[in-house]
Design a protein around this ligand. Structure first.
Ligand SMILES: [Zn+2]
Length: 327
């Protein structure tokens, strides 16, 4: 079974000095990946919405440099993966695959040339926005600037389709989602979202969105962030209520979201995008990436077959990765 997590924010810590070769206090490092049986993960080059365009580009380059440096430093244990075939051959060689995603398209500024350069540096998906509207599209947490994708955003999606970069709609507004679904010639994904029917948060996907994205071949990768898993927890946290701990979601809640997404979109359209190292609180029993097998054990207990668990663990996302990068 190939285990692939589509969203870890570890590069944000790596540029602050985190050494992924050590057993760190972060959620993701080589010892934890190994003990969790994780074969591959997308490391997110994430820039926050408040940075100037030049600052966003500089920060993205810093993170890319840290990722490439780590790949060199730990070449006996991990390797960058630029293609689905790399992921498979790295696994055969016993190497962990480091994949690179860009979270927030701001670092490409208004330049398709910069988009192409970031592709050459290893970026294989782009989350079009983070928590603010940008030159490309409106965000789920703002949604005021364009009413969806901008005219430049349409060019970006077309160029991503041509290059073979996966379009990630986690973080975008519902109107942006509609535009992207209409104009992308390839399947699209959410690398780290949950189900809005179970937890009403704008970062989560409605049943209609999950269904339409699945119809186009895409996948929703379920996020572990307690605020996206449980409305009760999110509200209590917002209100600063006592007894927050008692409401903290656990692995069962993650499986609840997986199962809902499976019921709506189909077993071929769901996976895992933990958001580890990007979330300040984790579900009970899923404190870091070494705990990932807890999810698979729970799925087995609930009657999922080995084949179905394999699809959720990474098979479904690999199918999309192959389809998008096929020339
Ligand atoms: Zn995110």
């Amino acid at each position: 079974m190939l285990v692939l997590d589509t969203h870890c924010d570890t590069p944000s810590l790596m540029i602050e000095g985190l050494d992924i070769g050590q057993d760190t206090s972060g959620h993701v490092d080589l010892p934890k990946l190994r003990s969790g049986g994780v074969d591959a993960a997308f490391f997110a080059v994430c820039t926050l919405a408040d940075l100037s365009p030049d600052a966003a580009t500089a920060r993205a380059l810093d993170m890319l440099a840290a990722i490439h440096d780590a790949a060199d430093k730990y070449s006996g244990q991990l390797a960058l993966a630029l293609t689905p075939e790399d992921v498979e051959s790295n696994k055969d060689k016993g190497l962990f695959s480091m994949l690179i995603g860009m979270e927030n398209g701001a670092p490409i500024q208004k330049s398709l040339s910069l988009l192409r350069l970031f592709h050459k540096l290893g970026i294989r998906y782009i989350t079009l926005t983070h928590n603010g509207d940008n030159e490309i599209a409106d965000s789920s947490m703002e949604g005021k600037r364009w009413g969806g994708l901008s005219p430049f955003g349409r060019e970006v999606v077309a160029e991503m389709n041509r290059l073979g970069i996966i379009v990630d709609i986690a973080h975008v507004s519902d109107l942006t989602f509609n535009d992207v679904l209409d104009c992308s010639s390839a399947p699209i994904v959410s690398t780290h979202s949950c189900c809005r029917a179970l937890a009403d948060h704008p970062r989560n996907m409605t049943d209609d969105m999950i269904r339409r994205m699945a119809d186009k071949g895409g996948v929703i990768q379920i996020n572990f962030y307690p605020v996206f898993l449980s409305s009760e927890y999110a509200m209590a946290r917002e209100a600063g209520s006592d007894g927050l701990d008692a409401l903290l979601p656990d692995a069962e809640d993650v499986v609840r979201h997986i199962t809902h997404a499976v019921n709506i979109g189909g077993i071929e359209h769901v996976g895992i995008g933990s958001d580890f190292d990007g979330i300040e609180v984790t579900p009970r029993g899923l404190e870091n990436i070494s705990k990932l097998p807890v999810i698979f054990d729970l799925l087995a207990k609930k009657g999922y077959s080995d084949d179905q668990i394999e699809m959720i663990a990474g098979g479904n996302f690999m199918r999309v990765f192959k389809e998008v990068t096929r020339k």
